[in-house]
Design a binder for this molecule. Sequence first.
Ligand SMILES: N[C@@H](CCC(=O)N[C@@H](CS)C(=O)NCC(=O)O)C(=O)O
Length: 337
Amino acid sequence: MAMADVRSWLQSLMREAFGILAFVYIWIALMVWQLYIIVYTKLSTWFPRTSALISSSVRWAHSLISGGNTKTHVLITMPFSPFCETVRWAFDMAGEPYDERSVGPIFHYFVSLFQTLGSNRAVPIMITHPDHRVLPTSHACLRFLGDLNNERFGEDWVFPSRDAEEFEMNLSADDSYGQAVMRCVYHYFFTAKEDDGKKQLLQVCKKGISKWQSVLLPFLWPGYELIIKLSLKVDDQVTFKANIEQVDKTWDKVNQLLSDGRKYILGTRQASGADIAFAALSYPLILPTEMDGGLFSFSKDPLPPRYRKEVERRRKSAAGRFVLRLFKEERHITFQT
Ligand SMILES: N[C@@H](CCC(=O)N[C@@H](CS)C(=O)NCC(=O)O)C(=O)O
């Protein structure tokens, strides 16, 4: 075996070993965290007054550490997350202020588990103002906004009908459209030549998070790669095909609905939560310029060729043109202030 071969074999062995180590470390940390939350939840039922005191001190410390104000709702996000973009977009459109606090992957597990007392490890999470309710999903955030609209204006553009709410729920529920879109994107990067795709993903995950997290993330990254690979099976062709089929099912439905020339998916007067959720959750497969700061820029970033082709193809369909139009014409509109 040539010297260069030995070196690259050793390098890949070390990488694998480091990945497994980081993976084990992250899981142990998560389990300890989950255990702490279970104990804390139990204790809070036994000693409600003490635990209320502890939790208000923790919230106070947390707001000090993250440096934000607590005079508005707090939205915890991963900057590139399409689910977080749905919430941002709807709240921006409503002119409803919020304070966004971004966390990187892995760190989001700890924040989400903490805020939801162990019931959820994903983002977005919103903590409402002034009553500190924790909204654990993008749907819960839109529902909250819809209720605010109803209260203030006697009507709600987020979910003007039960159909609109169901449409959005079907897109954003776990294991449905939005997550299938993300799995397809991960697939293109995990199966790209060499390790370039994974390195590009790491760069994306470092965007918009605090300095200490972006310094730590590369050390934890091999473990996160392993988590994605094992839990989402992103390098497996059969799973990829199933994910594409799941995406296509929604895509075909939207193409068909838009085929009569309507401006919005459910024929509403103005954009509803259904339109916002479809556009935001589809953005990773369309890459509108307005989201250049999110995952990737279609015009500026080198993309795995199969991914680029997929985006090009989808941009040409009615659903793709709809997503491009909605981002261009409506991402910055505010209905009510
Ligand atoms: N149904 C959830 C899905 C949220 C979701 O999947 N978020 C992704 C970010 S794009 C996440 O946090 N994934 C990490 C995980 O599930 O562990 C929602 O609508 O909020």
